[in-house]
Design a protein around this ligand. Sequence first.
Ligand code: ADP
Length: 281
Amino acid sequence: MMEGSVIPETAMRSSEQILEKPESAIVETEKPVFEVKDVSLWYGDKQAIKNVTIDLLPKAVTAIIGPSGCGKSTFLRCLNRMHELIPRTRMTGQVLFRGQDLYGAGIDPTVIRRRVGMIFQKSNPFPTMSIADNVIVGLKLNGVRNRRVLNERLEKSLRMAALWDEVKNDLDKPGVSLSGGQQQRLCIARAIAVEPEVVLMDEPASALDPIATMKIEELIRQLSSDYTIVIVTHNMQQASRVSDVTAFFYMGQLIEFDETRRLFTNPKEKQTEDYITGRFG
Ligand code: ADP
């Protein structure tokens, strides 16, 4: 069903405050974290992304919106080479990550996926692992053995994911014993434990109830002071609440990219206007 187009005033206020900050994402002189240049992507014969060019700025939340099937998730996967795990994909164009060709010779996709972490729609804690092990598993895989370092990083990540107080006495319990919203925050703790530079989120709250969703949205805002965040959402209110800038995709193309407030209140393109006013979904 189409989401309503009216952006709650409180949501706009929080995004205004963000836009007013001097270190705002909108500072034009900031060097982009990602420079996406003329990227197209196919699954077999089917083209999912068409000639997308966009710069993503550091320590900002970029929302990707658009109707189902318009290529939002595919675009996200181009930013950490996740699409390469899907058979029969082909990409053209270029993605620079901090000025370096993400797809260049000698670039290890597993290293990229550590620097550019990802959170999925459905939380996916490792079912046989405790809460603690779920958070530090990535560090262990990267060779960190020092117990003190692991414990410090465990607490720091859980605190950053706003979960520490809820689980500090249950660290040995299974990760899957937590509620849905807690499991998603556990996955966020796991993603940030390896200290990525970017966190990609694909509909991170769409399976959660309103209170758990609110917690995730608060968390996204908090994390944005340290991380570059790109979030796919079909929920326009959510985009307006959490993001600094918004990209509207339609049928594989990037139609409009602007400050969130401007895109929702004064879109330049008719297709954007039709979408945000609920004429199609
Ligand atoms: P969105 O995230 O906006 O819903 P997607 O990026 O998931 O859109 O999909 C874009 C297009 O690519 C859709 O037509 C979808 O059917 C197709 N697609 C997505 N994933 C795959 C896949 N693994 N194999 C084949 N086609 C896919």
